[in-house]
Design a protein around this ligand. Structure first.
Ligand code: MSP
Length: 668
């Protein structure tokens, strides 16, 4: 029987669309799941959503929706995102599902009955965005120690979990299982900050909101989020299910091998979760693996800062594998990593286009040019090939070791050692010279060696970049399926000969960095997209071609929600303005900085029209300006407003008005 491997991601709050931070955790878990499957494990991979709690209830209210309706919509988007990112989960649990709710109630009842949960009085400081209660001592300068936001004092009857009863057992468990928490530094943090000073009992129910699972014995209370959330890992498998097949499934996969998450929820997973499991007499998970945060230059990603990167945007432009590669390669596992568009571009251009894409494409081009596209039976190996093979064997072993210690960046670097060596090997053997001297024996060997190395790269890349593996194999004439077995990465000469290959297209084309960064900057901040027409051209044009979008706003809105009400429209203030001056912006060949007279003030607007208008031709023109947009910075230059333009294909024309209407006039 295959050994089992049960891996989970956190269940995410469906309070907003997810960002690349969430995509990072899920990609990490997916990579491990794929790897373990390839290594012969019976893998179960769980992800899902954590749908209850006050914050969600409030968000739904603010959106004028019932909580269930509100979360349903967001969860749909989350599932779509995982499907686009090729997340190979086996199950998706939602805490609003009956299979979860019923079992959470059973768990609560059992803990109540055996005296682990008791009714008491709660007083504490609550941070709504973090869904966390804090004691006075834990606050940081009167603010939430996690997010730095305001906290409110709450006092009410609540059920409590007698955590202290299990503290000694947990400390002993840490001692006996030195690998329980990865990285180890977090273990010391848990011991010193929480366990050794004395564990406080945990409040596990609330009366101040009702969007949650009611306590069966006392339905005025709903079960507070962490008991509801953590138990997803066992309810999804079938713990305490009425269906015996599901109970068997639970017995088959539990305990979990790895719970993946970021550092801020380690406390819940390494203290409360093990104690809940002890109280239920269940074995504890084998490892809690915590990575760092993906940060932006100005700190953590957050909606309010407007610095959230939508993974869909990156998948649209570069594909799922490019995003997966970037996340896994760029961030040293366990540490925080700063996301920058520049770093993304470098990885895509250097590692994917120059190294990998180029190795494949130039090899195929040479097979086409020198061998009529046929993979010839290779001539004898020389010491050069022997040493290349040696490097491949070492790299594969390094990939395995690195994945086992969650060091994805090193694992990918090891694969790239093969890729880079492949490019050097071609430079050294110079097949073009061999062709000139008609050395067929050697040329067949060189090209075969490179293609066979690419076959191996395809195998070991599977956990990280599943689509790319498929694309490489297809181009070198391999069938997916058995040939993809991990063990075959250690054997050479398995690429069939005699096949005719087609050069095909480069799998990772080189990107124009400046153009991409401009476009991404505009897309990152939706306001920026609207206020900076041509920078977002690649995307807005797609919606505009169907009939010349009249305005960028119309184009952008069209793609998101097809119809808006008159009230929505009336939120946009449009006025006539006269362009007083226009100048180019250094290093941004699409942008012009405009000063616009609105009658009551002069506005600076940055507009992506440099390709269509000479600055001097604009001076004096009367244009329509969106005047109530939030200011944004484009390429470091403040832009407060946007001018309207019509575009179709390569054409763009400013929306102008008759000369005799005064500046400042409203356009309705
Ligand atoms: N619902 C709880 C988790 C319950 S698990 C039983 C929750 N949800 S969350 O939506 O806030 O997701 C937090 C998790 O999302 C983090 O632990 C991490 O896995 C991921 N990330 C969210 N933002 C992130 C970054 N900026 N960087 C890295 N990971 C990020 O907490």
């Amino acid at each position: 029987m295959k050994p089992t491997f049960y891996i989970t991601t956190p269940i995410y709050y469906p309070s907003d669309k997810l960002h690349i931070g969430h995509a990072y955790s899920t990609t990490v878990a997916d990579t491990l799941a794929r790897y373990k499957r390839l290594r012969g494990f019976d893998v179960r991979f769980l992800t899902g959503t954590d749908e209850h709690g006050q914050k969600l209830q409030r968000k739904a209210e603010a959106a004028g929706k019932a909580p269930q309706e509100f979360v349903d919509e967001i969860v749909k988007g989350i599932r779509a995102l995982w499907s686009r990112l090729d997340i190979s989960y086996d199950d998706f649990i939602r805490t609003t599902e009956m299979r979860h709710k019923v079992v959470v109630q059973k768990i609560f009842s059992r803990l109540l009955e055996q005296g682990d949960i008791y009714l008491g009085q709660y007083e504490g400081w609550y941070c709504t965005p973090c869904e966390s209660y804090w004691t006075e001592r834990q606050l940081a300068g009167g603010k939430c120690p996690d997010c730095g936001g305001p906290v409110e004092l709450v006092r009410e009857n609540s059920y409590f979990f007698r955590m202290s009863k299990y503290a000694d057992r947990l400390i002993k468990f840490y001692e006996d299982h030195p690998d329980f928490i990865i990285p180890e530094s977090r273990k010391n943090e848990m011991l010193n900050n929480f366990l050794l000073p004395g564990l406080e009992d945990l409040c596990v129910s609330r009366m101040t909101f009702d969007w949650g699972i009611p306590v069966l014995e006392d339905p005025k209370h709903v079960i507070y989020v962490w008991i509801d959330a953590l138990t997803n890992y066992i309810t999804a498998l079938g713990y305490l299910s009425d269906d015996s097949a599901l109970r068997e499934r639970f017995a088959h996969y539990w305990p979990a091998d790895v719970h993946v998450m970021a550092k801020e929820i380690v406390r819940f997973h390494t203290i409360y979760w093990p104690i809940i499991l002890m109280a239920l007499d269940l074995p504890l998970p084998k490892q809690i693996v915590a990575h760092g945060w993906l940060l932006m230059k100005d700190g953590k990603m957050s909606k309010s800062k407007g610095n959230v990167i939508d993974p869909n945007m990156l998948i649209d432009r570069y594909g799922a594998d490019a995003l997966r590669y970037f996340l896994l390669r760029e961030i040293p596992f366990g540490q925080d990593g700063v996301f920058t568009l520049e770093a993304l571009m470098e990885r895509l251009n250097f590692d994917l286009a120059n190294d990998l894409g180029n190795l494949l494409h130039r090899s195929l081009a040479m097979v086409e040019r020198f061998c009529d596209g046929i993979v010839l039976t290779p001539g004898a190996k020389t010491p050069l090939e022997e040493s290349f093979e040696q490097l491949i064997l070492e790299s594969v072993a390094n990939v395995e070791a690195a994945i086992e210690r969650y060091d994805f960046s090193t694992a990918l670097t090891s694969i790239w050692q093969i890729v880079r060596r492949g490019n050097r090997y071609i430079d050294e053997t110079a097949p073009w010279a061999l062709h000139k001297s008609q050395n067929e024996e050697r040329i067949s060997r060189v090209l075969y060696t490179v293609l066979d190395a690419l076959r191996i790269v395809g195998i070991v890349l599977q956990p990280f970049m599943p689509r790319t593996s498929g694309a490489i194999w297809r181009q070198i004439g391999m069938q997916e399926g058995n040939g993809a077995a991990w063990e075959l990465a250690r054997l050479f000469g398995l690429l069939p000969t005699g096949m005719k290959l087609d050069k095909g297209e480069p799998i990772f084309p080189r990107l124009d960095v400046e153009k991409e960064i401009e476009a991404l900057e505009a897309l990152t901040n939706p306001v920026a997209t609207a206020s900076e027409p041509a920078a977002g051209l690649g995307v807005t044009d797609a919606t505009a071609t169907a009939g010349s979008a009249v305005t960028r706003i119309a184009a952008a809105t069209q793609s998101a929600t097809p119809l808006i009400s008159i009230d929505d429209f009336s939120k946009i203030e449009l006025r006539v303005g006269r362009i007083l001056s226009a100048e180019r912006i250094e290093k941004a060949d699409k942008l012009l900085k405009l000063q616009i007279d609105l009658g009551f003030e002069t506005r600076q607007v940055v507009s992506g029209i440099a390709k269509y208008y000479q600055p001097q031709d604009l001076v004096g023109q009367k244009v329509i300006v969106v005047t109530n947009l939030q200011p944004v910075k484009l390429r470091g230059v403040e832009s407060h407003g946007m001018i309207l333009a019509a575009s179709s294909g390569d054409q763009l024309v400013l929306g102008t008005v008759s000369a005799d209407i005064p500046v400042g006039s409203k356009v309705k």
